[in-house]
Design a protein around this ligand. Structure first.
Ligand SMILES: [Zn+2]
Length: 253
């Protein structure tokens, strides 16, 4: 299991929103490195060609007007790409990145997002001829409308945003959905920890994040390739954010 992270993600001057607050990256990395003992690798910024896989020229230009945001969002997308490349080589990986990406569509973005990190990572693997199909689980409290939009024309990608009202049904919804999938080339998880019971989603427990990670591990084992990766989306309740991300990674590894 590898953690993809860059010290620049600690910077808070690229935006003024819930995802850019001070201490958010620190509490996650402290849990993953000091308690989890995971190795960390650093990404590079995504290229303009990478961004163009998912976004229109006008959207990229609109983000580029803000140099600090553009650099951070390009690094975040680069982190997603590196995470998916590690996973393709059959080592699970988690990207501790910001800004998040699942509200970034082809031509616009909102909700603290700039570029569609998940979409860019998957489209790049496809462009290289490495994958033809994928499954995306998005367990953020909010529907990943950007990821759905960016991947909408790719027929062999399935995206699940579970909608169940309580944690038991939520887990069952995931289980039932993947039960019906025979095979995909890779599994990507948009890990939004704002679905936590103390965060805005008010639903999942720390142990539920572990169980979701383990479900994805078992799913990729069943398909015989173990290609799985995950990336940070939301998650704003800082007192428990580190232990929730760690719990997910321990199930996922
Ligand atoms: Zn969210």
């Amino acid at each position: 299991m590898k953690i993809v992270f860059h010290e620049d993600f600690k910077r808070t001057d690229y935006a003024t929103d819930g995802a850019s607050v001070s201490g958010r990256m620190e509490c996650i990395m402290e849990a993953l490195v000091e308690e989890g003992g995971y190795d960390v690798v650093s990404p590079e910024q995504a290229s303009s060609g990478d961004l163009s896989l998912a976004h229109s020229r006008t959207h990229i230009a609109s983000i580029a007007k803000d140099t600090k945001l553009f650099e951070m969002a390009s690094l975040s997308a680069g982190g997603a790409i590196l995470t998916s490349e590690i996973a393709f080589k059959k080592e699970p990986a988690f990207a501790c990145i910001r800004p998040p990406g699942h509200h970034a569509s082809r031509n616009s973005s909102w909700g603290y997002c700039a570029f569609c990190n998940m979409g860019i990572a998957l489209l790049k693997l496809r462009e290289k001829g490495l994958i033809k199909s994928a499954f995306v689980l998005d367990f953020d409290a909010h529907t990943g409308d950007g990821t759905i939009d960016v991947l909408s024309e790719w027929k062999d990608v399935k995206v699940l945003n579970p909608m169940a009202g309580n944690n038991k049904e939520y887990l069952r919804e995931i289980e039932n959905y993947i039960h019906d999938i025979q095979y995909v080339d890779i599994v990507g998880v948009s890990a939004g920890f704002d679905s936590y019971k103390e965060d805005m989603g008010k639903k999942l427990t720390t142990f539920d994040f572990y169980l979701i990670g383990r479900l994805m591990k078992k799913f990729t084992k069943r398909m015989g390739h173990e290609r799985r990766f995950a990336m940070l989306e939301g998650g704003y309740y800082l007192p428990d954010l580190g232990k929730n991300v760690l719990a997910f990674c321990q199930g996922f590894e």
